[in-house]
Design a binder for this molecule. Structure first.
Ligand code: NAP
Length: 297
């Protein structure tokens, strides 16, 4: 059955699911006097602007009464359901598609291709935060700071003067290398492209290609992976210094064989969602700016 848009939508935004970023996003919008409907947020509403915030009783209610739907980064959990930390049972992608209607707009991160296509066919405008280059660069700041925090928390040694290997020199790799260099670490960047290595050479101690990196793994105190592919294989892991701390930033399943790392007794952690854990307010403010700039509310 086709849903028709209700021109008397009561809320400007529905903010649904996710981590603390969604909680701050709701507050950021209410602070700007938008009417916000929240559902399945990880922390219940408190504080100012309560009169502009309504708590919906279901996914259907939140979606049907709102002009713009704000889902989290990433949009889905590994099982395909919408990303949330609550006990609500109606957070299914199929139900969401069913209740969305023509003329609505939806924002989320890492939107699956099938969902994009189906929503567009219904006349819903869909924006993936991850396609907004500006946001992904801001996101890399929170990610790099989170990676540093994780490394400090998981090691008994200083980062200062430590030997750090950063795998990958994209957005996260660049920002993290910059942060580690600022903390007086001896940073080696591993990148497959010559151009990326030349760029990294301007600021870090050393650069290596993938083949050279495999020969040097024993030398590092900290290894940070940002490459979204299985770059560290089981035979590579056996060469890593057993005292090294390995922080894998790549999205699940990460850039290494974590089962093998466990078997080898390495100190390796897959660390997803660092912006939501370490800088949810800053991340939410950047998301709000992007939404308000591109949305005609
Ligand atoms: P990006 O800008 O696309 O950078 C990816 C880097 O990996 C580039 O240097 C790329 O090299 C390299 N790379 C990709 N495939 C490779 C391969 N097969 N072999 C060697 N190098 C390869 O991505 P990003 O924004 O930095 O994000 C990196 C990862 O972190 C993603 O998985 C992202 O989802 C994740 N992430 C995690 C968090 C968190 O909280 N943990 C936060 C943000 C992002 P080329 O330039 O040569 O292609």
């Amino acid at each position: 059955m086709k849903n028709t848009v209700d021109t008397s939508k009561r809320y400007d935004f529905a903010v649904i699911g996710g981590d603390e970023r969604q909680v701050y996003l709701k507050t950021a919008l209410a602070r700007r006097n938008y009417r916000v409907c929240e559902y399945a947020l990880c922390t219940p509403s408190t504080g100012p602007n309560r009169s502009l915030i309504y708590s919906a009783g279901s996914l259907k209610e939140a979606v049907c009464f709102s002009k713009t739907i704000l889902l989290p980064i990433p949009m889905n959990r590994a099982d395909g359901s919408l990303n949330h930390r609550t006990k609500n049972t109606d957070l299914s992608t199929d139900l969401l598609l069913d209740v969305l209607s023509e003329g609505q707009t939806l924002y989320a991160g890492c939107i699956p291709g099938f969902f994009l296509k189906a929503a567009w066919q219904k006349g819903v405008g869909v924006y993936d935060y991850m396609q907004q280059e500006e946001l992904t660069i801001y996101n890399s700041i929170a990610t790099a700071e989170g990676a540093v925090a994780e490394a400090i928390g998981k090691s008994s040694c200083n980062l200062h003067k430590s030997r750090c290997l950063v795998l990958g020199y994209g957005r996260c790799g660049k920002t993290l290398s910059f942060a580690l260099t600022g903390l007086s670490c001896r940073v080696t960047v591993c990148a497959r492209s010559q151009k990326a290595r030349a760029e990294a050479d301007l600021t870090v101690s050393n650069t290596v290609d993938i083949a050279a990196m495999r020969q040097l793994l024993a030398e590092y105190d900290f290894i940070f992976n940002t490459i979204p592919e299985q770059i560290l294989r089981e035979d590579d892991l056996s060469h890593i210094n057993p005292d090294a701390v390995i922080i894998d930033l790549a999205s699940s399943p990460g850039g290494m064989d974590h089962e093998a790392a466990k078997r080898l007794g390495l100190h390796a952690w897959l660390c997803p969602g660092l912006p939501g854990k370490y800088a949810p307010k800053s991340s939410a403010e950047a998301m709000a700016e992007i939404i308000l700039r591109s949305n005609q509310i």
